[in-house]
Design a protein around this ligand. Sequence first.
Ligand SMILES: [Zn+2]
Length: 317
Amino acid sequence: MTAINPILACDVGGTRIKLGVVLGARLLAQTEIDAEAKSGLASALKRIAKAVPPLCRQAGVAPGALGGFGFSFPGIIEPHTGKILSTPAGKFDDSKNYHVSKLVGKLLGLPTRICNDANAALAGEWHFGAARGNRSAVMMTLGTGIGAAAIIDGVPLRGQHGQAGCLGGHLTANLDGRICPCGNLGCAESEASTWALLIQARAHPAFAASRLAREKVLEYAAVFRAAAQGDKLAIALRDRSLRVWSVALVNLIHAYDPEVAVIGGGIMRSGDIILPALRRYVFQYAWTPWGKVKIKPAALGNDAGMFGVASLFQNEK
Ligand SMILES: [Zn+2]
């Protein structure tokens, strides 16, 4: 296989699976299918295989010309074996029973590289997006959960079990915090993420009187909107979440010494509120005697993961 073969890139999320044909910095074609995560990974891979021929036609690429299958998955992936060690609660529960590379080999006949989704997103941003040209970078994705990843001295950080860097959302942000699904107490993710927001808002005594109680979908965009209109609960949730994300970012900076921190994820649709708050806090509290870490919004949006897994074929050490 050479660097000129297009790569079939797949980015698995909790509700949707994105598929694309990537050639270098170009996404030749893309499509999405439902994740149907409760039906398991083996079933998802079969549906992915069915989507490949039409996708290749759309890209103008013969399926036989594909150089590999890059697979981004929201769990902990053991780097040396490609085994999936953890999955999001209640989703793709069968993943640990299979060797993804073998399944994909049978279904598609393609060599496979598998990678945690935050690591994939940072790889994409590093090659083609906001972290390009930097030797050391961290990423924090703010969404349903908090994802993280690090590249140090030009090498993506993995660790013995694939946990290094990608557990940045599960560094402790509150000693007195509630238990997180990961088993730790007071993780940044259990203090401020979309899944935690629902629990915190509904449990708050001021919820019934808040504008947030009238929102059909309670997400951060609604919190920022209501806070701007003076809603007291929304202001409290907004300010606390901004502090939690800032603390999490300081932790990542202290741990990994990046030149640039890339902030992505769905909550960053409100980046005009989040980025200035992160910069204020980090520039005041992070110990960086050499200067200031660049704090940038992700540049590739939802496509970062696909570019990232495709890049594994050209750049994996
Ligand atoms: Zn946790």
